[in-house]
Ligand binder design. Structure first.
Ligand code: BJW
Length: 243
């Protein structure tokens, strides 16, 4: 049950929102730590790591090809939580940044523009030889060619795996250090640095809120917690912030 916001949130506070796989669960995309964190009996850490890609690139391509196909299948579309954030962005008079750990395109599809994909994007590919980043809507394989440098076998999904540096960290850090409200939605709080954002926000005196299906690993760090499906909680919460 959502209760009243503190008075200072009625002013033009800067808002930072962090989303995770749970916000896209209501659109039909599976979260990571459902199924005990396994995909076809492989640990997520094994298919989402440079070591996993080096030892079995075909397997890793299959994992991402399947997810790309599902995203483009026509069955997956934004849900009310994605739309509520896009609407909030256009109406909120203060600064705003949406940081997503998700690699799907559902936030931009819903209309979000002040958005950073800290773990990359499923609909982009990158050449490990020349660094070229381009859109992709078809399968990748070890036989794929780079259009720019013509090298074979160096294309990978433009995503951030364990042990790699997340994208746009300077933008994110600056926004967190200036925010008055931090809201984490649909994330288990088990992967850093995103799991530590709530502590940064607390350290600068922001009001911190968790909206999730169940308490996350960072639950105790949040000043307010609301539990239920994102498609219900998010529209309700942001209507309250707008006042
Ligand atoms: C609902 C819902 C509904 C369900 N409504 N809610 C030891 C200690 C600390 C750190 C480390 C350590 N050992 C190693 C590290 C670092 C490591 C790390 O954190 N490891 C942990 C396992 C401990 N991190 C890294 O390596 C990162 N890089 C790094 O740290 O570089 C150093 C650096 C830092 C800062 C600046 C500069 C340098 C990189 C992490 C990359 C993660 N990559 C992945 C794959 C991306 C590509 C892909 O999508 O395939 O990112 S892994 C995966 O986990 C993916 C996700 O974005 C990420 C987080 O998952 P998320 O979104 O939270 O999903 P779930 O499934 O975990 O949770 C879903 C939640 O939704 C649940 O709570 C449900 O209840 C809820 N839910 N239905 C609302 N309907």
């Amino acid at each position: 049950m959502i209760v009243g916001l503190p008075d200072h949130m009625r002013q033009r506070s800067a808002v930072v929102v962090l989303t995770g796989a749970g916000i896209s669960a209501d659109s039909g995309l599976q979260t990571f730590r459902a199924n005990d964190g396994l995909w076809e009996n492989h640990r997520i850490e094994d298919v989402a790591s440079p070591a996993g890609f080096a030892s079995d690139p075909q397997l890793v391509h299959r994992f991402y090809n399947g997810r790309r196909k599902q995203l483009l299948s026509g069955d997956v579309r934004p849900n009310p939580a994605h739309y509520a954030l896009a609407e909030f962005e256009t109406e909120w008079p203060g600064d705003y940044l949406l940081v997503t750990q998700n690699i799907d395109n559902l936030h931009e599809w819903a209309g979000s523009r002040k958005l950073v994909h800290m773990h990359g994007e499923l609909l982009k590919k990158r050449c490990v030889f020349c660094g070229d980043v381009t859109p992709v809507d078809t399968d990748l394989s070890v036989r794929s060619w780079c259009d720019r440098c013509n090298a074979k076998g160096g294309l990978r999904p433009h995503v951030v795996w364990f042990g790699e540096t997340p994208m746009e960290m300077d933008t994110i850090d600056g926004a967190l250090r200036g925010c008055g409200l931090f809201v984490a939605i649909g994330t288990s709080g088990s992967v850093y640095p995103a799991a530590g954002f709530v502590s940064v926000a607390n350290s600068v005196g922001a009001y911190t809120v968790e909206l999730n299906l169940e308490p996350s690993a960072q639950e105790s760090a949040f000043q307010e917690r609301n539990y239920g499906p994102a498609a219900e909680l998010v529209p309700e919460f942001f209507a309250r912030v707008k006042g």
